[in-house]
Design a protein around this ligand. Structure first.
Ligand code: NCD
Length: 330
Protein backbone atom coordinates (compact mmCIF):
# COMPACT_ATOMS: atom_id res chain seq x y z
CA UNK A 1 0.00 0.00 0.00
CA UNK A 2 1.22 3.50 -0.85
CA UNK A 3 2.61 5.45 2.07
CA UNK A 4 0.26 8.39 2.40
CA UNK A 5 -0.14 11.64 4.20
CA UNK A 6 -3.77 12.11 3.26
CA UNK A 7 -5.77 14.45 5.47
CA UNK A 8 -8.90 15.38 3.49
CA UNK A 9 -12.09 14.03 5.05
CA UNK A 10 -14.40 14.75 2.10
CA UNK A 11 -13.93 14.75 -1.66
CA UNK A 12 -16.46 17.20 -3.10
CA UNK A 13 -14.52 19.03 -5.80
CA UNK A 14 -11.09 18.92 -7.41
CA UNK A 15 -10.74 22.69 -7.51
CA UNK A 16 -8.20 22.87 -4.70
CA UNK A 17 -6.55 19.46 -4.91
CA UNK A 18 -2.76 19.82 -4.96
CA UNK A 19 -0.17 17.82 -6.89
CA UNK A 20 0.80 15.70 -3.87
CA UNK A 21 -2.81 14.63 -3.39
CA UNK A 22 -3.14 13.63 -7.04
CA UNK A 23 0.10 11.64 -6.76
CA UNK A 24 -1.18 9.89 -3.64
CA UNK A 25 -4.41 8.95 -5.41
CA UNK A 26 -2.54 7.67 -8.49
CA UNK A 27 -0.12 5.60 -6.41
CA UNK A 28 -2.84 4.20 -4.18
CA UNK A 29 -5.01 3.33 -7.20
CA UNK A 30 -2.02 1.59 -8.83
CA UNK A 31 -1.53 -0.56 -5.74
CA UNK A 32 -5.23 -1.47 -5.71
CA UNK A 33 -5.08 -2.30 -9.40
CA UNK A 34 -2.42 -4.81 -8.46
CA UNK A 35 -4.76 -6.24 -5.78
CA UNK A 36 -7.48 -6.56 -8.42
CA UNK A 37 -5.17 -8.62 -10.62
CA UNK A 38 -4.71 -11.26 -7.91
CA UNK A 39 -6.70 -14.43 -7.49
CA UNK A 40 -8.20 -13.10 -4.28
CA UNK A 41 -9.23 -9.57 -5.15
CA UNK A 42 -10.06 -8.44 -1.67
CA UNK A 43 -8.20 -6.66 1.14
CA UNK A 44 -9.38 -5.97 4.71
CA UNK A 45 -8.59 -2.22 4.52
CA UNK A 46 -12.11 -1.03 5.41
CA UNK A 47 -13.27 -4.03 7.42
CA UNK A 48 -15.92 -2.97 9.92
CA UNK A 49 -16.56 0.34 8.13
CA UNK A 50 -19.92 1.14 6.60
CA UNK A 51 -20.20 2.76 3.16
CA UNK A 52 -23.61 4.22 2.24
CA UNK A 53 -24.13 4.43 -1.51
CA UNK A 54 -26.70 7.24 -1.76
CA UNK A 55 -27.66 7.71 -5.40
CA UNK A 56 -30.61 10.08 -5.77
CA UNK A 57 -30.17 10.03 -9.57
CA UNK A 58 -29.93 7.12 -12.07
CA UNK A 59 -26.52 5.53 -12.50
CA UNK A 60 -25.11 2.26 -13.80
CA UNK A 61 -21.34 2.39 -13.78
CA UNK A 62 -20.58 4.88 -11.01
CA UNK A 63 -22.93 3.24 -8.54
CA UNK A 64 -21.80 -0.31 -9.32
CA UNK A 65 -18.18 0.77 -9.35
CA UNK A 66 -18.42 2.29 -5.87
CA UNK A 67 -20.27 -0.78 -4.62
CA UNK A 68 -17.64 -3.17 -5.95
CA UNK A 69 -14.83 -0.93 -4.67
CA UNK A 70 -16.33 -0.93 -1.16
CA UNK A 71 -16.77 -4.72 -1.27
CA UNK A 72 -13.19 -5.28 -2.44
CA UNK A 73 -12.09 -3.26 0.61
CA UNK A 74 -14.25 -5.49 2.87
CA UNK A 75 -16.55 -2.65 3.93
CA UNK A 76 -20.23 -3.21 4.67
CA UNK A 77 -22.36 -1.44 2.11
CA UNK A 78 -25.79 0.16 2.33
CA UNK A 79 -27.46 0.73 -1.03
CA UNK A 80 -30.11 3.39 -1.31
CA UNK A 81 -32.70 3.68 -4.10
CA UNK A 82 -34.81 6.86 -4.02
CA UNK A 83 -37.81 5.20 -5.68
CA UNK A 84 -38.25 2.67 -2.86
CA UNK A 85 -37.04 4.85 0.01
CA UNK A 86 -38.79 7.07 2.56
CA UNK A 87 -38.07 10.05 0.28
CA UNK A 88 -41.33 9.04 -1.37
CA UNK A 89 -42.98 9.62 2.04
CA UNK A 90 -41.57 13.13 2.31
CA UNK A 91 -38.33 12.50 4.21
CA UNK A 92 -35.65 15.10 3.46
CA UNK A 93 -32.23 14.21 2.08
CA UNK A 94 -30.60 15.39 5.28
CA UNK A 95 -32.87 13.16 7.36
CA UNK A 96 -31.96 10.25 5.09
CA UNK A 97 -28.29 11.01 5.75
CA UNK A 98 -28.94 11.20 9.50
CA UNK A 99 -30.69 7.84 9.35
CA UNK A 100 -27.61 6.29 7.75
CA UNK A 101 -25.44 8.04 10.31
CA UNK A 102 -27.47 6.48 13.11
CA UNK A 103 -26.78 3.07 11.54
CA UNK A 104 -23.08 3.79 11.72
CA UNK A 105 -22.24 4.94 8.19
CA UNK A 106 -18.59 6.02 7.97
CA UNK A 107 -18.58 7.12 4.32
CA UNK A 108 -21.47 8.54 2.30
CA UNK A 109 -21.12 8.38 -1.48
CA UNK A 110 -23.65 10.88 -2.79
CA UNK A 111 -25.05 11.58 -6.25
CA UNK A 112 -27.81 14.13 -6.72
CA UNK A 113 -29.24 16.04 -9.65
CA UNK A 114 -28.85 19.26 -7.73
CA UNK A 115 -25.40 20.85 -7.46
CA UNK A 116 -24.28 21.37 -3.87
CA UNK A 117 -26.09 18.49 -2.15
CA UNK A 118 -22.91 16.52 -1.22
CA UNK A 119 -21.32 19.68 0.20
CA UNK A 120 -24.43 20.50 2.23
CA UNK A 121 -24.49 17.02 3.72
CA UNK A 122 -20.74 17.11 4.41
CA UNK A 123 -21.15 20.39 6.29
CA UNK A 124 -24.13 19.06 8.26
CA UNK A 125 -22.14 15.96 9.23
CA UNK A 126 -19.18 18.12 10.31
CA UNK A 127 -21.51 20.33 12.38
CA UNK A 128 -22.77 17.20 14.12
CA UNK A 129 -19.17 16.15 14.78
CA UNK A 130 -20.05 12.85 13.13
CA UNK A 131 -16.61 12.10 11.65
CA UNK A 132 -18.38 10.94 8.48
CA UNK A 133 -16.69 11.32 5.09
CA UNK A 134 -18.66 12.44 2.05
CA UNK A 135 -17.64 11.59 -1.50
CA UNK A 136 -19.32 13.45 -4.35
CA UNK A 137 -20.40 10.91 -7.00
CA UNK A 138 -21.75 13.66 -9.27
CA UNK A 139 -23.84 16.69 -8.30
CA UNK A 140 -25.91 18.38 -11.00
CA UNK A 141 -23.72 20.30 -13.40
CA UNK A 142 -21.10 20.93 -10.74
CA UNK A 143 -18.47 18.18 -10.40
CA UNK A 144 -17.79 14.47 -10.68
CA UNK A 145 -14.38 14.05 -9.00
CA UNK A 146 -14.11 10.25 -9.08
CA UNK A 147 -14.77 10.23 -12.85
CA UNK A 148 -12.05 12.81 -13.52
CA UNK A 149 -9.65 10.91 -11.28
CA UNK A 150 -10.25 7.64 -13.09
CA UNK A 151 -9.78 9.49 -16.38
CA UNK A 152 -6.48 10.85 -15.05
CA UNK A 153 -5.41 7.40 -13.86
CA UNK A 154 -6.33 5.85 -17.22
CA UNK A 155 -4.36 8.44 -19.19
CA UNK A 156 -1.31 8.32 -16.88
CA UNK A 157 -1.38 4.50 -16.88
CA UNK A 158 -1.33 4.48 -20.65
CA UNK A 159 1.77 6.67 -20.60
CA UNK A 160 3.49 4.57 -17.93
CA UNK A 161 1.59 1.51 -16.78
CA UNK A 162 3.94 0.72 -13.89
CA UNK A 163 4.20 4.20 -12.46
CA UNK A 164 1.24 6.43 -13.39
CA UNK A 165 2.14 9.94 -12.23
CA UNK A 166 1.09 13.51 -12.85
CA UNK A 167 4.20 14.75 -14.69
CA UNK A 168 3.51 12.37 -17.58
CA UNK A 169 0.73 14.70 -18.69
CA UNK A 170 2.83 17.84 -18.83
CA UNK A 171 2.62 19.31 -22.34
CA UNK A 172 0.06 16.78 -23.56
CA UNK A 173 -3.01 18.10 -25.32
CA UNK A 174 -6.46 16.88 -24.35
CA UNK A 175 -9.53 17.87 -26.36
CA UNK A 176 -12.82 17.75 -24.43
CA UNK A 177 -15.65 17.77 -26.93
CA UNK A 178 -19.41 18.07 -26.75
CA UNK A 179 -21.99 19.14 -24.21
CA UNK A 180 -19.65 20.92 -21.85
CA UNK A 181 -22.34 23.24 -20.51
CA UNK A 182 -24.13 20.40 -18.71
CA UNK A 183 -21.08 18.31 -17.92
CA UNK A 184 -19.85 17.82 -14.37
CA UNK A 185 -17.25 15.45 -15.86
CA UNK A 186 -15.71 18.31 -17.86
CA UNK A 187 -15.77 20.61 -14.83
CA UNK A 188 -13.79 18.15 -12.70
CA UNK A 189 -11.44 17.20 -15.55
CA UNK A 190 -10.49 20.82 -16.13
CA UNK A 191 -9.05 20.98 -12.60
CA UNK A 192 -7.18 17.69 -12.69
CA UNK A 193 -5.77 17.95 -16.21
CA UNK A 194 -4.57 21.53 -15.84
CA UNK A 195 -3.09 20.67 -12.43
CA UNK A 196 -1.03 18.09 -14.32
CA UNK A 197 0.15 20.76 -16.78
CA UNK A 198 -1.82 19.41 -19.74
CA UNK A 199 -3.32 21.72 -22.34
CA UNK A 200 -7.11 21.37 -22.26
CA UNK A 201 -8.99 22.42 -25.36
CA UNK A 202 -12.76 22.55 -24.98
CA UNK A 203 -14.90 22.40 -28.11
CA UNK A 204 -18.63 22.34 -28.67
CA UNK A 205 -21.53 24.25 -30.16
CA UNK A 206 -21.90 27.79 -28.76
CA UNK A 207 -25.15 26.81 -27.02
CA UNK A 208 -23.34 24.04 -25.11
CA UNK A 209 -20.07 25.78 -24.30
CA UNK A 210 -20.11 28.28 -21.45
CA UNK A 211 -17.65 31.16 -21.76
CA UNK A 212 -17.48 31.18 -17.98
CA UNK A 213 -14.76 28.55 -17.92
CA UNK A 214 -12.08 31.04 -18.90
CA UNK A 215 -13.15 33.11 -15.88
CA UNK A 216 -13.29 30.10 -13.57
CA UNK A 217 -9.64 29.28 -13.99
CA UNK A 218 -7.95 32.28 -12.49
CA UNK A 219 -4.45 31.12 -11.58
CA UNK A 220 -1.58 30.37 -13.95
CA UNK A 221 -3.48 27.34 -15.20
CA UNK A 222 -5.69 29.71 -17.23
CA UNK A 223 -3.20 29.70 -20.11
CA UNK A 224 -3.63 25.92 -20.38
CA UNK A 225 -7.35 26.23 -21.10
CA UNK A 226 -8.72 27.00 -24.56
CA UNK A 227 -12.27 27.19 -25.87
CA UNK A 228 -13.54 26.82 -29.42
CA UNK A 229 -16.84 26.55 -31.21
CA UNK A 230 -15.19 24.50 -33.89
CA UNK A 231 -13.89 21.00 -33.52
CA UNK A 232 -10.81 21.19 -35.74
CA UNK A 233 -8.60 23.49 -33.61
CA UNK A 234 -9.30 21.32 -30.57
CA UNK A 235 -8.48 18.06 -32.36
CA UNK A 236 -5.34 19.36 -34.05
CA UNK A 237 -2.37 17.53 -32.52
CA UNK A 238 -4.44 16.27 -29.59
CA UNK A 239 -2.97 13.33 -27.67
CA UNK A 240 -6.31 12.41 -26.13
CA UNK A 241 -9.90 13.19 -27.08
CA UNK A 242 -12.55 13.07 -24.38
CA UNK A 243 -16.00 13.08 -25.87
CA UNK A 244 -19.07 13.79 -23.74
CA UNK A 245 -22.66 12.66 -23.84
CA UNK A 246 -25.34 15.09 -24.92
CA UNK A 247 -27.14 15.43 -21.59
CA UNK A 248 -30.66 15.63 -22.92
CA UNK A 249 -32.17 15.30 -19.43
CA UNK A 250 -30.52 18.59 -18.45
CA UNK A 251 -31.53 20.53 -21.57
CA UNK A 252 -34.64 22.56 -20.91
CA UNK A 253 -34.66 24.30 -24.27
CA UNK A 254 -33.88 23.41 -27.85
CA UNK A 255 -30.14 23.88 -27.85
CA UNK A 256 -29.41 21.85 -30.99
CA UNK A 257 -30.97 21.72 -34.47
CA UNK A 258 -30.84 17.89 -34.54
CA UNK A 259 -28.70 14.96 -33.42
CA UNK A 260 -27.66 14.31 -37.04
CA UNK A 261 -26.50 17.88 -37.40
CA UNK A 262 -24.60 17.62 -34.12
CA UNK A 263 -22.88 14.44 -35.30
CA UNK A 264 -22.01 16.08 -38.61
CA UNK A 265 -20.29 19.02 -36.89
CA UNK A 266 -18.95 17.57 -33.63
CA UNK A 267 -19.15 13.78 -33.82
CA UNK A 268 -15.81 12.01 -33.33
CA UNK A 269 -15.12 9.84 -36.37
CA UNK A 270 -12.10 8.03 -37.78
CA UNK A 271 -11.60 10.73 -40.42
CA UNK A 272 -11.55 13.48 -37.85
CA UNK A 273 -8.94 11.68 -35.77
CA UNK A 274 -6.49 12.27 -38.65
CA UNK A 275 -6.08 15.77 -37.22
CA UNK A 276 -4.79 14.37 -33.92
CA UNK A 277 -1.35 13.08 -33.05
CA UNK A 278 -0.68 9.51 -34.11
CA UNK A 279 -1.51 7.15 -31.28
CA UNK A 280 -4.42 9.33 -30.15
CA UNK A 281 -6.80 7.66 -27.70
CA UNK A 282 -10.44 8.39 -27.00
CA UNK A 283 -12.18 8.62 -23.65
CA UNK A 284 -15.89 8.81 -22.84
CA UNK A 285 -17.36 8.70 -19.32
CA UNK A 286 -20.43 6.79 -20.54
CA UNK A 287 -23.26 6.26 -21.06
CA UNK A 288 -22.71 6.81 -24.80
CA UNK A 289 -25.22 7.93 -27.41
CA UNK A 290 -23.83 5.67 -30.14
CA UNK A 291 -23.48 7.44 -33.47
CA UNK A 292 -24.08 10.88 -31.95
CA UNK A 293 -21.03 12.09 -30.02
CA UNK A 294 -18.86 9.25 -31.33
CA UNK A 295 -19.23 6.85 -34.25
CA UNK A 296 -20.22 3.39 -33.15
CA UNK A 297 -17.27 1.55 -34.73
CA UNK A 298 -14.78 3.89 -33.05
CA UNK A 299 -16.31 3.32 -29.66
CA UNK A 300 -15.75 -0.43 -30.01
CA UNK A 301 -12.22 -0.20 -31.44
CA UNK A 302 -9.80 -1.37 -28.70
CA UNK A 303 -6.86 0.31 -30.52
CA UNK A 304 -8.44 3.72 -30.18
CA UNK A 305 -11.01 3.62 -27.41
CA UNK A 306 -10.16 3.67 -23.70
CA UNK A 307 -13.80 3.35 -22.63
CA UNK A 308 -13.53 -0.19 -21.20
CA UNK A 309 -10.25 0.66 -19.48
CA UNK A 310 -11.92 3.68 -17.88
CA UNK A 311 -14.60 1.43 -16.42
CA UNK A 312 -12.06 -1.16 -15.22
CA UNK A 313 -9.80 1.47 -13.68
CA UNK A 314 -12.79 3.09 -12.01
CA UNK A 315 -12.91 0.33 -9.41
CA UNK A 316 -9.23 0.72 -8.41
CA UNK A 317 -9.52 4.51 -8.29
CA UNK A 318 -12.68 4.38 -6.17
CA UNK A 319 -11.03 1.85 -3.87
CA UNK A 320 -8.21 4.39 -3.46
CA UNK A 321 -10.63 7.22 -2.69
CA UNK A 322 -12.67 5.20 -0.18
CA UNK A 323 -9.49 3.92 1.44
CA UNK A 324 -7.91 7.37 1.72
CA UNK A 325 -10.92 9.18 3.16
CA UNK A 326 -11.86 6.11 5.22
CA UNK A 327 -8.47 6.27 6.92
CA UNK A 328 -8.93 9.88 8.08
CA UNK A 329 -11.64 8.98 10.57
CA UNK A 330 -10.47 9.44 14.13
C1 NCD B 1 -21.48 10.90 -16.27
C2 NCD B 1 -22.36 11.55 -15.23
O1 NCD B 1 -23.26 10.95 -14.68
O2 NCD B 1 -22.10 12.71 -15.00
N1 NCD B 1 -21.52 9.51 -16.29
C3 NCD B 1 -20.85 8.77 -15.38
O3 NCD B 1 -20.87 9.03 -14.20
N2 NCD B 1 -20.14 7.75 -15.84
C4 NCD B 1 -21.66 11.49 -17.59
C5 NCD B 1 -23.01 11.39 -18.23
O4 NCD B 1 -24.00 11.10 -17.60
O5 NCD B 1 -23.06 11.66 -19.43
Amino acid sequence: MANTTWSRRHIISLIDLVAEEYETILKTAASFREVLSRRTKKVPALQGKVVANMFFEPSTRTRSSFELAAKRLSADILNFSPGTSSLTKGETILDTAKTYLAMGADIMVIRHKQAGVPLTIAKAMDDLGAGVSVLNAGDGQHEHPSQALLDLFTICSLLDSKDPRLELLKGKKIAIVGDILHSRVARSNIWSLTAAGAEVHLAGPPTLLPKLFSEMVEDDRAKLLKLDWQLEPALKNADFVMTLRLQKERMNQNLLPSLQEYHRLYGITRDRLELCRSGVQILHPGPVNRGVEISSDLMDDPQLSLISQQVTNGVAVRMALLYLIGSTKS
